[in-house]
Ligand binder design. Structure first.
Ligand SMILES: Nc1ncnc2c1ncn2[C@@H]1O[C@H](COP(=O)(O)OP(=O)(O)OP(=O)(O)O)[C@@H](O)[C@H]1O
Length: 524
């Protein structure tokens, strides 16, 4: 069976599957075409299960379409023997990525022996490699390394003594005692932010799955992991969950979390103290570097430069980098192109605003964690009112709980309305159907009157359906009221629009992104 067929199959899948999903589930697969069928190797059980459930049938169909044969497909955890890779140009970021055809994802960059458990002779061992048990099924993918020639890789690797490098603060302590406190941030993981305390929903499913895979196989196929999305949606929580999980599995792993502003501040101080080399050595010695809100690097050229080199060194050493940002890498203004493009080298996943059921589940979980008695009805009431931001949802629950504690009253919808008067007024005022119609019309460069008209061509009906669906999600208006506001339409038309958009969000990446952008614009 020819590798060309798998390459064609990939091209088909790439055209059909949203880029995010393609990157996450298909790209890490390695294929081995044998006489008895197609062997697909997944880096871990998450990918294996997902591919088996969602893609195997389609892969078979594609094979029938392109070759009129239906090979047996064997899914396994592990890696195939390296052969020649096939290049697929991901339209998303314009870069050529190597997709495994009889090879590891990164096989162009690694020597064949690097595919053996524990890596080959040319592959440098990071501190993590030494400290973490090597899993045969995942070690082949722990490359990310060899973009550079072997000798250059070697120069960036650390010897044993490097694993005990002190944080910058320790160096400063000797010279500038008064600066110590402000810099001494060492690995600061919030123990409360774990996968167990993170509520899964449709909006964060991919991000959570990706995070669990990174925790399972740090420095592996998804390096860097880039989590992006609006304010207060759980990006930091997931990032800490990965860090906590890595440390739980290997207590000596050096996981460092910091906010990007902290990185900038530290760097400035170390420059002032003429100790920038210590700064470099410290950050390059970690097993996993977690940097939050990297949009704060914008316009800070020196920090970008420093981060760029740290970032490269970590990736080359097979150390895990996890980044969060409030937007998609390409949308970050005043950030060097070379950095933005590197952010997309691993896996970029969006965390979306949670849908109603997830908001209710999050509230119930938070209530349980803090011993607050919250009925389903009360959780539903809060979740219906506060839609865009989990942090705000949590804040609302705390406020209600504190009031209930002091007054001894039961938490009912009426009580909640009273407690959250100001907040609710703000939310209810913010999103009106008018506002939604104006925003959608402006975005698609049509008139509000078109949305209300009887015109039925696609360029009008899609925005109209989107606007109706947003009105349903973001306002408290009933279906008939929404129908009325859209040129006197029947409530069944609104219902149909909501269903249609829900379907399209799963199958059409443009609609999905437009919808999320509207949610973000209208609710923040
Ligand atoms: N799915 C979830 N399950 C449980 N808690 C969640 C979930 N999503 C968010 N949270 C909680 O919401 C709060 C805000 O989340 P977090 O700080 O991770 O947001 P963020 O996306 O990093 O926001 P920012 O961009 O402002 O930094 C945290 O307390 C977090 O625990």
């Amino acid at each position: 069976m020819s590798t060309e067929l798998w390459s064609q199959c990939l091209q088909h899948l790439e055209g059909e599957v949203p880029a995010q999903q393609f990157n996450m589930w298909i790209r890490p697969l390695q294929a081995d075409m044998r006489d008895d069928g197609l062997y697909l190797y997944a880096p871990n059980k998450f990918v294996l299960e997902f591919v088996s459930e969602k893609f195997v049938t389609r892969i078979k169909e594609i094979f029938v379409e392109i070759s009129e044969s239906s090979p047996s497909i064997y899914l396994k955890i592990g890696s195939a023997a390296p052969k020649k890779p096939v290049s697929v140009n991901r339209s998303g970021n314009g870069e050529n990525k190597s997709i495994g055809v009889n090879s590891a994802v990164e096989s162009t960059r690694t020597s064949p022996s690097a595919a053996l458990p524990g890596g080959g002779p040319n592959r440098g061992q990071s501190a993590m490699d030494r400290e973490m048990p090597v899993r045969a099924e995942s070690s082949a993918n722990r490359s990310g390394v060899g973009a550079l020639p072997a000798e250059k890789q070697g120069s960036l690797l650390f010897n044993d003594s490097d694993t005990s490098i002190e944080p910058p603060s320790a160096v400063i302590r000797k010279n500038e005692k008064d600066l110590v406190e402000s810099i001494n941030h060492q690995s600061f993981l919030n123990p409360g932010f774990t996968f167990q305390t993170f509520v899964e929903g449709k909006s964060n499913q991919l991000a959570r799955a990706a995070s669990m895979q990174v925790a399972d196989n740090p420095g592996g196929a998804y390096n860097p992991l880039f989590l992006y999305g609006g304010v207060g949606l759980g990006k930091t929580h997931l990032m800490h969950a990965i860090g906590n999980d890595i440390v739980k599995r290997n207590p000596s792993a050096k996981v460092v979390y910091l906010h990007s502003e902290r990185f900038v501040a530290d760097m400035v101080k170390m420059l002032q103290l003429n100790a920038i080399n210590e700064f470099k050595r410290y950050y390059r010695s970690v097993d996993a570097l977690l940097i939050d809100d990297i949009q704060f690097f914008a316009r800070k050229e020196r920090s970008q430069e420093e981060f760029f080199h740290t970032f490269n060194a970590l990736l080359e050493g097979g150390q895990q980098v996890i980044l969060t940002c409030d937007r998609y890498p390409k949308e970050i203004d005043d950030m060097e192109e070379r950095l933005k493009s590197r952010f997309g080298w691993g896996l970029t996943v969006m965390v979306e605003p949670p849908e109603l059921e997830t908001r209710v589940a999050i509230l119930m979980k938070k209530a349980e964690q803090t011993n607050v008695r919250l009925s389903n009805e009360a959780a539903f009431f809060i979740a219906q009112k506060i839609r865009s931001n989990v942090r705000e949802l949590e804040g609302a629950l705390k406020l209600v709980a504190a009031n209930a504690h002091f007054t001894g009253e039961e938490i009912t919808p009426l009580f909640i309305r009273e407690c959250l008067k100001d907040l609710l007024a703000l939310h209810e005022k913010q999103v009106s159907i008018d506002n939604i119609q104006r925003t959608v019309a402006e975005y698609y460069k049509i008139k509000v009157a078109d949305l209300l008209s009887k015109r039925r061509n696609r360029s009008i009906t899609r925005p109209r359906q989107l606007a109706m669906s947003l009105a349903k999600e973001l306002t408290n208006h009933s279906l008939p009221e929404i129908g009325d506001a859209f040129g006197g339409r029947d409530h069944t038309t609104v219902l149909h629009a909501c269903k249609k958009i829900n379907e399209l969000k799963d199958t059409d990446q443009n609609i999905r992104e437009d919808y999320q952008n509207f949610m973000r614009t209208l609710t923040t």
